[in-house]
Design a protein around this ligand. Structure first.
Ligand SMILES: Nc1nc2c(ncn2[C@@H]2O[C@H](COP(=O)(O)OP(=O)(O)OP(=O)(O)O)[C@@H](O)[C@H]2O)c(=O)[nH]1
Ligand SMILES: [Mg+2]
Length: 414
C-alpha cells in the first residue's frame, strides 16, 4: 500500500465523528492536535486523578459545565507525541450524543473536519498498477463511513476488497494475452468496452451511495399523493383529507426500501393556483420535480394527466428522470377501459389499503438501482472514477483501450 500521508495542521486541534452516518450502538468522536488534552479536560469528568496513559481506557461523563447532566463516555488515548495528542471519545450511538460532544469541542476552539480530511491521500497515479489500486481503495475508504445502510456499505466494501481494481487488472491481463492475435484482439476490445459501459451504468448508483435518492410524488390535487407516501413509509407522515390543496409545502419522509436510502417528497397538487399560498406551494412542488432522481406521477380515475404545469417543468430539464405513473384510487375505476387508456399501463394502487404499494416500491428500486448487478461487481464510487471508466468505455480501438485502462493516462486522474 502507498503510505497515506497525514496533512495535520499543527496549529489547529481537529475533531470529527469516526463512526458512520447510520445508527449504531456506540459513536466514536476523535480529537487530535496540540490542544486536544486541554480541550478534553474542560468537558470530560472522571473520578480518577491519575493521568491516563496510552493503552488504558477511562470511564467518565461528558458535560460542558459541572451543573449540566453528563453523558456517559469512555475515553481512549491513541497518541501522545510532538504532533499533539489524539483521543477517541466513545459515547452512546444516537446522533444527539456525538453531536453534543462535537458541538462542545468546537465551542472551545476545535475545528470540525470531515474524517476523510484527517488523512490527505497523497497518491500520484502512475504506470504502477499497484498504485492505481491503492488510489481506488483509498477513495472507497473515504466513502464507507458515510453509508447509512448495510446494503450501501456492502457495495463500498466490495470495492475496498478490490472489485473495481481487480476488474481493471483482469481486463489489462486479457488485453496483454491477446495482443499478438489480431482477430481475437478486435473481439476482445468490443467485449471489454461493453463491460466498461455496464460499469459506467453502475456508477450512476455508485456516486449516490452516501445520500438518499429523491423520489418525488406529484400530480393533481386530491388524487392521494399524501396517502401514498403514508402507505410507502408505513405511518402517517402527511396529512390527508378529502379537500383539494391539503398539502401546501414539500414534505420529506426519509425511509429505506430493501436497504436503499430513499427520501420521499410529498408535494402540493399541481393546478392553477387560486391564491398566493397555493402559488408558492406549487412553485416549490415544481422545484422538487426538477430536482428529483425519480418521479412518481399520481393520478386517479377521471384525471389521468398530470397537467401542463408538470409538462412545462419537465420540458426545462436537460435530463428527464425516470417517471413512474400511478393510478391511485383504483377502487373507483368504473370500468376497466378507464385504466387502460394510457400506455404504458400505470401501476394501480389503493393507498389506504396498501394495495399495489409493494409493486410500486419494486418498480422504484428497479429504476434507481437496476444498473447494479451482482455483489462483488465493480462500481465507481465518485465522479472521478466514473469519468475514468467512461473514458475507458469510449476507447476507439484496442491500443487506446489498453492505454486508457492505465489510470494515469486518463484526464480525470492526471
Ligand atoms: N377511494 C379512495 N380514496 C383514497 C385513496 N387514496 C386516498 N384517498 C382519499 O382521497 C383523499 C385525498 O387524499 P390525499 O392523500 O390527501 O390526496 P393528495 O393528493 O395528497 O391531495 P392534496 O395534498 O390536496 O394535493 C383523502 O380523503 C383520502 O382518504 C384510494 O386509493 N381510494
Ligand atoms: Mg397531499
Amino acid at each position: 500500500m502507498n503510505e497515506i500521508t497525514t496533512n495535520r495542521n499543527q496549529s489547529s486541534t481537529r475533531c470529527c465523528k469516526l463512526t458512520g452516518a447510520g445508527r449504531s450502538a456506540i459513536a466514536v468522536v476523535m480529537i487530535e492536535g496540540p490542544e486536544a488534552t486541554t480541550l478534553l479536560h474542560r468537558c470530560f469528568r472522571t473520578q480518577h486523578t491519575r493521568p491516563i496513559t496510552i493503552g488504558e481506557v477511562r470511564y467518565g461523563t461528558w458535560s460542558k459545565t459541572d451543573q449540566a447532566a453528563g453523558e456517559s463516555v469512555v475515553l481512549v488515548p491513541l497518541r501522545h507525541d510532538g504532533d499533539g495528542d489524539r483521543f477517541e471519545i466513545h459515547s452512546h450511538g444516537g446522533a444527539a450524543a456525538a453531536q453534543r460532544i462535537l458541538d462542545d469541542l468546537q465551542s472551545f476552539g476545535a475545528v470540525l473536519v470531515d474524517p476523510s480530511e484527517l488523512q490527505t491521500l497523497d497518491f500520484r497515479p502512475s504506470d504502477d498498477s499497484q498504485e492505481d489500486e491503492d488510489l481506488l481503495v483509498a477513495e472507497a475508504l473515504t466513502v464507507l463511513p458515510k453509508c447509512v445502510t448495510t446494503k450501501t456499505a456492502a457495495i463500498v466494501l466490495d470495492q475496498i476488497r478490490g472489485a473495481f481494481c481487480n476488474w481493471r487488472d483482469t481486463q489489462l491481463q486479457r488485453l496483454s494475452d491477446a495482443a499478438s492475435d489480431e482477430t481475437n484482439a478486435d473481439e476482445l476490445y468490443r467485449t471489454i468496452v461493453d463491460q466498461a459501459r455496464l460499469v459506467v451504468d453502475a456508477g450512476t448508483v455508485g456516486v449516490r451511495l452516501t445520500r438518499p435518492f429523491d423520489v418525488v410524488l406529484c400530480g393533481p390535487p386530491n388524487v392521494g399523493k399524501s396517502s401514498l407516501i403514508n402507505a410507502l413509509v408505513g405511518y402517517d407522515r402527511s396529512i390527508t383529507m378529502d379537500v383539494a390543496g391539503t398539502t401546501r409545502d414539500v414534505l420529506d419522509a426519509e425511509t429505506v426500501f430493501n436497504g436503499w436510502p430513499i427520501r420521499l417528497r410529498d408535494t402540493a397538487g399541481l393546478h392553477r393556483a387560486a391564491n398566493e399560498i397555493e402559488r408558492l406551494g406549487i412553485e416549490r412542488a415544481l422545484d422538487a420535480v426538477r430536482q428529483a432522481d425519480l418521479l412518481i406521477v399520481v393520478s386517479q380515475p377521471g384525471t389521468p394527466r398530470p397537467g401542463e404545469l408538470f409538462d412545462q417543468a419537465i420540458d426545462q430539464l436537460a435530463t428527464i428522470p425516470p417517471i413512474i405513473r400511478v393510478l391511485n384510487k383504483a377502487d373507483l375505476i368504473a370500468d376497466q377501459t378507464e385504466a387502460e387508456i394510457t400506455d404504458p399501463k400505470p401501476i394501480e394502487t389503493i393507498a389506504p389499503e396498501g394495495l399495489g404499494v409493494d409493486d410500486l416500491i419494486q418498480t422504484v428500486l428497479d429504476h434507481l438501482t437496476g444498473a447494479l448487478t451482482a455483489p462483488g461487481t465493480p462500481v465507481p464510487l465518485n465522479t472521478r472514477q466514473r469519468d475514468w471508466i467512461r473514458y475507458v468505455a469510449a476507447a476507439g480501438d484496442f491500443q487506446q483501450l489498453r492505454q486508457r485502462l492505465t489510470m494515469s493516462q486518463s484526464p480525470s486522474f492526471s
